[in-house]
Design a protein around this ligand. Structure first.
Ligand SMILES: [Fe+2]
Ligand SMILES: [Fe+2]
Length: 240
């Protein structure tokens, strides 16, 4: 049985899970919030399909008028299609993504300023913390990024480390790596690309990994999760 949450969950100082758990699906979407002083960044805003429920859930933990940034790890509809709905509620803000993602996010008809993090030093300064963006090209999108909160050491990883499972739990259970393989083997392009990108996070201090699908990986299982992914036959290998 999947867990159900009707409110946001605090993960760390200023970091919240604000996903959606009503739909019975193996393909679950997580969104997250970084609240820092009077600013809020919404990470991977979500699907238009769940917008009303997510809006209510997010409104319970933060003043939505404080949302200044939409951090979008890539351009897929499961994380971007709600952006025009958000703009109707709180007006245009700033969408932070890689240049290669923003040229596609533009086609959702968004009015927000498109900020290309690759041209802005890969960083965002918030009132009480610095946010860093890590380039993970082709995992699975050419402009894929991850977001790292330097204060809490939480790594928001987008599709990377995502999992597929009806038996969903907020924090990864003992079967999670199986769920992770089921998603990653189809969405990641090749072992070479995966391994080259994973080098960028291997020496990073990580308190937890928060993916856009599946479950949160706690700090004591991060090394194991990285090792598991390094050895995964994915993408092009499946069709050999
Ligand atoms: Fe995706
Ligand atoms: Fe996704």
């Amino acid at each position: 049985m999947a867990e159900k949450y009707d409110s946001a969950v605090k993960l760390a100082d200023g970091n919240y899970w604000v996903g959606y758990t009503e739909a019975e699906s193996a393909f679950r979407t997580n969104a997250y919030i970084i609240e820092s002083g009077d600013e809020v960044a919404l990470i991977d805003a979500g699907s238009i399909v769940y917008f009303d429920s997510m809006f209510k859930q997010i409104s319970k933990v933060v003043d939505v008028k404080k949302i200044k940034y939409f951090i979008q790890h890539h351009q897929d509809p499961d994380l971007c299609s709600s952006l025009p709905e958000w703009e109707k509620k709180i007006g245009p803000q700033k969408i932070l993504a890689h240049t290669k993602s923003n040229i596609l996010i533009y086609h959702y008809g968004v009015k927000s300023e498109l900020v290309n993090v690759d041209l802005e030093g890969w960083e965002l300064e918030m009132p009480d913390r610095k946010i860093k963006f890590i380039f993970m090209p082709y995992m699975h999108s050419p402009g894929e990024i991850m977001t790292y909160d330097t204060k809490t050491k939480v790594l928001f990883s987008g599709d990377i480390f995502g999992g597929l499972s009806f038996d969903w739990a907020l924090y990864a259970n003992e079967d999670y790596f199986e769920a992770m393989d089921a998603f990653m083997e189809h969405y990641m392009p090749s072992k070479e690309i995966v391994n080259a990108n994973l080098k960028k996070i291997e020496n990073l201090e990580i308190s937890m990994i928060c993916p856009q699908h599946g479950s949160i990986i706690p700090g004591d299982r991060v090394k194991e999760a990285i090792e598991n992914m390094k050895n995964l036959d994915c993408g092009s290998y499946l069709y050999e």
